[in-house]
Design a protein around this ligand. Structure first.
Ligand code: AMP
Ligand code: MG
Length: 438
């Protein structure tokens, strides 16, 4: 067998959706970790175990506005026979210098303020007369760190047990305890914890930079008037939005004309800022299918992009390879808007999420009852129809037809209905698997 026959065979073979996806994912791994500011790391995967450097809370503090007291002094307090304590000062949140409390004494304390030495309980202000000293009678001077004039009194009407309304040092986390493990996806609460323990930056797999470019000499930027034969470029917008939605930092390059030299130089220019490249259009067998013509003919040094036919509808023609000196992954998607979007969801989104090192790269799928019959699904192809999923009823209704130009139907769908390769029709009421688009 000679090389040509081999190659012809290779190109002729039809790939399953799973085979193509496996091939893409087998050539993509998580991006090298970098140190990011906390908020820039949102949605990213942690690559280091984080240990708590100091206990939380770092000191015993009050969980109420009230009075720090000695529990023994209020043990017998009742409504009719309140304990009367001398108020010797104020402690606000942030107070550094703390008055020591002796027998018969109390200190006004605000939520979050350190419990002063000598005190072992906090009596909420509601259990007292609010103080009758020279300070404001029944309102707390919250946020005021200024000491109240000493000599005032507070009547406490209920006993408080030792430790009452005190958040003990280390009751949240203790020093040296693991806070978060490597592999954790950083959501708002994880970022909150990192900030609370004093971490300003963390090491994570960064969000991939995705460069999206569409091809087609018929394409005009939205907002501009169409000439004869022209259409607005919708793919680059949809794909850029989808890339962002997948977690990437997305750069939309406008539409590139069907010209090999322009495409080649645009890709070369974009390589510098790309962790992954996505093109739309120009991958079929037409005379102006410039993406395929250009990328299938790269020199070994420039990279390798393979064009293949997939057993799927929409989205049969697909290109995938690694280009440039850094071997950046490139996915060449078909140009029909529904085809390019479905291809993105099936192949590019998992690739982006694999670059981020996320544990779950796929959209969730779920079974649902199809409310309408699907007739004549192509045999031997996995079909992805647009559907409207009703989570409460667990039903899905096809939206629009199978046409891959039906942009409006796509915009009114929230799921893809999967019709497997060997299924040619789905009766109304039958169960189907659907991909939830979120
Ligand atoms: P192609 O794969 O380049 O042959 O394009 C297939 C179909 O999709 C043609 O009808 C194109 O006009 C249309 N198309 C290609 N690119 C875009 C795009 N960026 N936005 C909207 N439609 C497109
Ligand atoms: Mg085209």
């Amino acid at each position: 067998m000679n090389g040509t026959t081999d190659q012809t065979r290779h190109q002729d073979r039809v790939w399953s959706v799973a085979e193509h996806l496996d091939d893409v994912l087998s050539k993509i791994g998580p991006l090298d970790p970098i140190e990011l500011q906390l908020l820039d790391a949102q949605g990213c995967v942690l690559v280091e175990d984080i240990t708590v450097p100091v206990a939380l809370p770092p000191f015993d503090n009050s969980s109420m506005d009230g009075y720090a007291v000695r529990a023994a002094d209020v043990a017998d307090a009742t409504e009719s026979a309140p304990a009367v304590l001398t108020v010797i000062g104020d402690v606000a949140a942030g107070s550094g210098e703390l008055p020591g409390i002796g027998p018969g004494q109390a200190v006004r304390i605000m939520t979050g303020a350190p419990v002063p030495p000598g005190a072992d309980a906090v009596v909420p202000v509601e259990w007292t007369d609010g103080g009758t000293g020279q300070g404001p009678a029944d309102t707390m001077r919250a946020h005021s760190a200024a000491p109240q004039d000493a000599g005032g009194e507070v009547r406490v009407h209920r006993p408080a047990a030792a430790g009452a309304h005190i958040r003990a040092r280390g009751s949240d986390v203790t020093e040296g305890e693991p806070a978060l493990r490597a592999g954790t996806v950083l959501g708002p609460s994880q970022i909150g914890l990192l900030a609370a323990i004093g971490r300003g930056t963390v090491r994570v797999h960064p969000r991939p930079r995705v460069v999206v470019l569409s091809t087609g000499s018929e394409l005009v930027q939205p907002g501009e008037v169409l000439g004869p034969g022209q259409i607005h470029d919708s793919n680059s917008f949809q794909l850029t939005a989808a890339a962002r939605d997948a977690g990437a930092i997305a750069y939309r390059v406008g539409a590139v004309a069907d010209d090999a030299e322009t495409l080649r130089s645009t890709l070369e220019d974009q390589l510098i800022r790309a962790d992954i490249l996505v093109t739309s259009g120009g991958v079929s067998v037409g005379a102006y299918d410039v993406v395929k013509e250009t990328l299938a003919a790269l020199s070994a040094e420039e990279g390798t992009v393979e064009f293949r036919r997939l057993a799927m509808q929409p989205g049969k023609p697909q290109g995938f390879g690694l280009i440039g000196p850094d071997r950046i992954p490139l996915l060449a998607l078909p140009g029909n808007p529904v085809s390019s979007y479905v291809s993105f969801e099936l192949f590019v989104r998992p690739a982006i999420r694999a670059l981020m090192g996320l544990p779950e790269v796929h959209r969730p799928t779920t079974p649902a009852k199809c409310t309408e019959a699907v007739a004549s699904s192509p045999k031997g192809k996995r079909q992805f129809l647009r559907g409207s999923y009703d989570a409460e009823a667990c039903t899905v209704t096809p939206v629009g037809g199978a046409g891959s130009h039906l942009i409006k139907a796509m915009a009114h769908a929230n799921a893809l209905i999967i019709v497997p390769e060997d299924t040619t029709e789905v009766p109304a009421g039958a169960e189907v698997d659907i991909v939830l688009l979120g």
